[in-house]
Ligand binder design. Structure first.
Ligand SMILES: C[S@@+](CC[C@H](N)C(=O)[O-])C[C@H]1O[C@@H](n2cnc3c(N)ncnc32)[C@H](O)[C@@H]1O
Length: 412
């Protein structure tokens, strides 16, 4: 069992890079740690995942053969910490101890010591290296869609620790230091312990990426309107809909994820009717003024917040996701009242889950039309030719970027 944050970080890396586990779903290595050390372990693991490629390039000249994964991950963590300016003796000593204490890797402790002393003597070892590249299966379609320069800019943003964005309940007068973004979110440069911030206990705000927060303004829910949020959990968009005064039905197939949605509603004092169901078979008893379909997707727009994704996904799930998105959209369109509107969105950078999905839906549904996107604070450059919003991590790069999203408002 890991006794220090660094040891736990190495175990987390072993699970992600060796077993293909999602970083957020690995708990065992964290079990014996204090909350502060758990957070540090997760932060360190995420930091390494943002720089695996550079760390490996720095290490390569010093390794004749590739050591076992645990040793490699100890070395990667140490390199990244040295680059961050951590004191060399502490970093090197703990790396050596971690390896020495491992039953299978103990013999490599001398190598670790020798390699890290050489790395510690280098000046700014990452300075001339490009940001970590996305894997080929993802990079290729992104370069085809957005161009090489844009993809490099996305990779540069994905290498940075992202800021924390909050959606604040309308009318809250509390005092929270942060950068008010043009679209209404509040951006915190360094969040620290969120639950200690003003307004947390009274549920005055919730964490939600600034790009994710645009789908609800695009739908523009009105007080008293009947709105269904399909694929609602964990509920960031449900909270926005409820805060706008809509009568919200929040549906999701996952009971576990809806548990988090219920907690979020309870903390913020907002209300919604919660339904556990498969949207492909659910039969609503009414039609809706507005529908939000935040469809399951590759989540490739969220890599800046989830640097583990490029290492565990291979694009194979798209073969199921793309038809599922189309089926959900076809079904949801049938639940709109005459004159109603639907927002379809995905946190994906891939046109197959966005622009192409829209074009196919317009071809399948004669009479369906796009209502060109207009949300407060939006940059006209985000608008596609078809009238949808294409949001990318490299937008607002100087401010810390935003998650990648596609969103479109449809009516018929
Ligand atoms: C992108 S996430 C939704 C995020 C959420 N809208 C938010 O803002 O917090 C997609 C959700 O779709 C749900 N989902 C996947 N397939 C579904 C289906 N057939 N019916 C209903 N929900 C589904 C997943 O459980 C997941 O919670």
């Amino acid at each position: 069992m890991a006794k220090t944050a660094r040891a736990a970080a190495v175990h987390l890396l072993n699970e992600v890079l060796g077993e293909g586990a999602l970083l957020g779903q690995v708990d065992a290595p964290l079990a014996a740690l204090s909350p502060a050390d758990r957070a540090r372990a997760q932060r360190l693991a995420a930091l390494v995942l943002r720089h695996v490629e550079q760390a490996d390039r720095v290490l390569k000249p010093f390794l004749r053969k590739t050591p076992p994964l645990l040793v490699v991950n100890v070395l990667r963590l140490a390199v990244v910490e040295l680059v961050q300016g951590e004191a060399a003796h502490g970093v090197v000593n703990e790396a050596v101890t971690l390896v020495r204490n491992d039953r299978h890797a103990g013999a490599f402790s001398g190598l670790v010591n020798a390699v890290l002393r050489k790395v510690a003597a280098l000046e700014a070892p990452f300075a001339k290296l490009p940001p970590q590249r996305l894997p080929y299966w993802l990079r290729k379609p992104l370069v085809d869609a957005w161009g090489r320069e844009a993809v490099t800019a996305m990779e540069a943003v994905q290498a940075q620790v992202p800021p924390v964005d909050l959606s604040v309940k309308p009318g809250w007068q509390g005092d929270l230091a942060g950068e008010p973004l043009p679209t209404g979110s509040l951006r915190l440069a360094s969040a620290g312990q969120l639950s200690a911030l003003p307004g947390y206990a009274e549920g005055a705000w919730w964490v939600q990426d600034a790009a994710a927060a645009l789908a609800v303004p695009l739908l523009a829910p009105q007080p008293g309107e009947a709105v269904v949020d399909l694929c609602a959990a964990p509920g960031g968009k449900t909270l926005q809909l409820a805060a706008a005064g809509a009568e919200v039905t929040a549906l999701d197939i996952s009971e576990a994820r809806l548990g988090r949605l219920r907690e979020n509603l309870a903390r913020t004092g907002l209300s919604a009717q919660v339904v556990v169901a498969d949207a492909l078979t659910w039969q609503p008893e009414r039609q809706f003024d507005a529908i939000l379909l935040d469809a399951p997707c590759s989540a490739t727009g969220t890599i800046r917040r989830h640097p583990d994704l490029p290492f565990i996904k291979d694009g194979s799930e798209l073969a199921e996701l793309v038809p599922l998105q189309a089926a959900l959209l076809d079904r949801a369109l049938g639940w709109l009242k005459p004159g109603g509107r639907l927002v379809y969105c995905t946190c994906s950078l891939l046109p197959d889950e966005g622009e192409a999905q829209l074009a196919a839906a317009l071809a399948r549904h004669p009479g369906l039309r796009v209502e060109p996107a207009a949300v407060p604070g939006m940059d006209p450059a985000w608008l596609t030719e078809a009238g949808a919003l294409r949001l990318r991590p490299d937008y607002w790069a100087g401010r810390g970027g935003m998650d990648g999203f596609f969103m479109v408002r449809l009516a018929r």
